[in-house]
Design a protein around this ligand. Structure first.
Ligand code: SF4
Ligand code: SF4
Length: 347
C-alpha cells in the first residue's frame, strides 16, 4: 500500500488498497462488537502490562476513532468532527471528547463502563466512512502537504487532545507529519496495532471464561482440544463465539440452544442424535463430532478427554475429522481403540 501510494502512477490504486485494508481490519472490530458480552468491553485482562493490550476493548475502539476523527476533520479538512456533527458524545454516553490517552489504569475501566458499546461501534463506522471519503478525495500532490502553526492551534483549541503529558505530545506528532505520514499513522498502522491488541484481549477473555467450566461442548467436542479454543470461550459461557454460534440470530449454536430447550447437558444425552442434522451435525464432513458424543454417552466425559489427549500425542491434527474420518461407526471405533490404549498404558 505504502509503495503504491508513493508513486504518482499507482497512487489511486494505493488508496484503494488502503481502503480495502481498513475494511478488512474493521471486520475484526465488527466481529468483536457483535460477538462479545457487555462485560467483555470493560475488562482489562492485561491490566498493568506494557502495551496497547493493557486497555479495554471499547477504550481501544474509542481511541482509534477519536484520533482519526480529530486528524481527518480538525487537522486535514478543517471542518466539523463526526463526534459533533453526529451527536455521538451524547449517543455513546462518553464523559470525554478527547482521545483517552490521559486515562490511566482503573480510569480506563471506569470510562469503558460508561460507554454504550453499540453506539461507540456506530460512531467508529461513521468515522471510518468519512475518512475513506477524505482519502478518496486526495491527489498525489496532497501527499506532501504539511501543517502550519495555525493548523496546530486549531487542533489545540478544539480541546480534543488533553493537556496531560501522556496526550499533549499527539498534537506535535501529527502536525510534524505530512499527509503521507498521516496515511501510515493514524490511518493504517495505528489501526493494526490497536486491533491486534483487541484480538489479544478478546482471546484472553475467552480463555479466562472457559477456565473451570465443563470442557465438553454440548455437541460432543472437547473445547480443550478444539482448534478454535484460542478464540472461542465455549458454549457453556457467555463467550460462545465459535462461527456456528456467530451465524445464528441469538448468537447461540443450534446444538446448544436445542440442548437447553430439552434441558439436557449435551447432545450425547439425546435419543435423536443418530439422525440429527442440527448445527455441527448438519455438515457433511463432520460425523466425527457425533462419534465423540456417542463415545461420551458410552464412557463418560473424563474418558473422552483422556482419549483426546492420547490422539493428540500420536497425531498432528487440527480438526478431529482428520483423525476420525467421516464414518460414524468407524469414528467411534477409532475412539474406542485409543481408549483401550489409554487403559493399557495406565496398567
Ligand atoms: S467451537 Fe465448540 S468445542 Fe470449540 S471451543 Fe467453541 S464451544 Fe468448544
Ligand atoms: S435434537 Fe440434535 S441438536 Fe438437539 S439435543 Fe438432540 S442431538 Fe442435540
Amino acid at each position: 500500500m505504502q509503495s503504491l501510494v508513493g508513486r504518482e502512477t499507482t497512487f489511486a490504486e494505493g488508496i484503494d488498497v488502503l481502503v480495502d485494508l481498513r475494511k478488512d481490519l474493521f471486520s475484526q472490530i465488527s466481529y468483536i462488537a457483535d460477538a462479545f458480552p457487555k462485560e467483555a468491553f470493560y475488562h482489562m485482562p492485561f491490566a498493568g502490562a506494557d502495551g496497547y493490550h493493557s486497555k479495554t476493548l471499547v477504550y481501544s475502539m474509542w481511541h482509534i476513532f477519536r484520533i482519526e476523527d480529530i486528524v481527518t476533520h480538525t487537522l486535514i479538512s478543517g471542518d466539523e468532527q463526526v463526534l459533533f456533527s453526529g451527536g455521538w458524545q451524547e449517543k455513546t454516553g462518553s464523559p470525554i471528547i478527547t482521545t483517552g490517552n490521559e486515562l490511566k489504569g482503573e480510569e480506563i475501566a471506569e470510562f469503558s463502563k460508561k460507554l454504550d458499546v453499540e453506539a461507540v461501534f456506530h460512531y467508529c463506522e461513521a468515522v471510518m466512512e468519512s475518512t475513506n471519503e477524505m482519502l478518496r478525495s486526495l491527489t498525489y500532490t496532497d501527499l506532501k502537504r504539511c501543517f502550519s502553526e495555525e493548523d496546530k492551534n486549531r487542533v489545540k483549541d478544539s480541546h480534543c487532545v488533553s493537556t496531560d503529558k501522556d496526550a499533549v505530545w499527539l498534537v506535535d506528532y501529527w502536525c510534524e507529519k505530512d499527509i503521507r505520514g498521516l496515511i501510515k499513522m493514524p490511518f493504517s498502522r495505528h489501526w493494526i496495532m490497536h486491533i491486534e491488541a483487541m484480538c489479544r484481549i478478546k482471546d484472553r477473555l475467552c480463555q479466562k471464561a472457559r477456565k473451570g467450566t465443563d470442557p465438553i461442548a454440548r455437541c460432543g467436542l472437547s473445547c480443550n482440544h478444539c482448534f478454535l479454543k484460542e478464540w472461542c470461550g465455549g458454549c457453556r459461557t457467555a463467550y460462545n463465539t465459535c462461527s456456528d454460534a456467530m451465524n445464528q440470530p441469538g448468537k447461540v449454536c443450534p446444538n446448544t440452544s436445542c440442548c437447553m430447550e430439552k434441558h439436557i447437558d449435551g447432545s450425547y444425552e439425546c435419543d435423536q442424535i443418530i439422525d440429527c442434522r442440527k448445527g455441527f451435525y448438519g455438515y457433511d464432513d463432520v460425523n466425527a463430532v457425533k462419534a465423540m458424543a456417542l463415545f461420551t454417552r458410552k464412557y463418560g466425559k473424563k474418558e473422552l478427554l483422556k482419549v483426546m489427549d492420547q490422539l493428540h500425542r500420536e497425531h498432528d491434527f487440527e480438526k478431529i475429522q482428520e483423525v476420525l474420518g467421516n464414518d460414524l461407526e468407524e469414528g467411534l471405533r477409532i475412539l474406542e481403540k485409543n481408549y483401550r490404549k489409554v487403559a493399557v498404558l495406565k496398567v
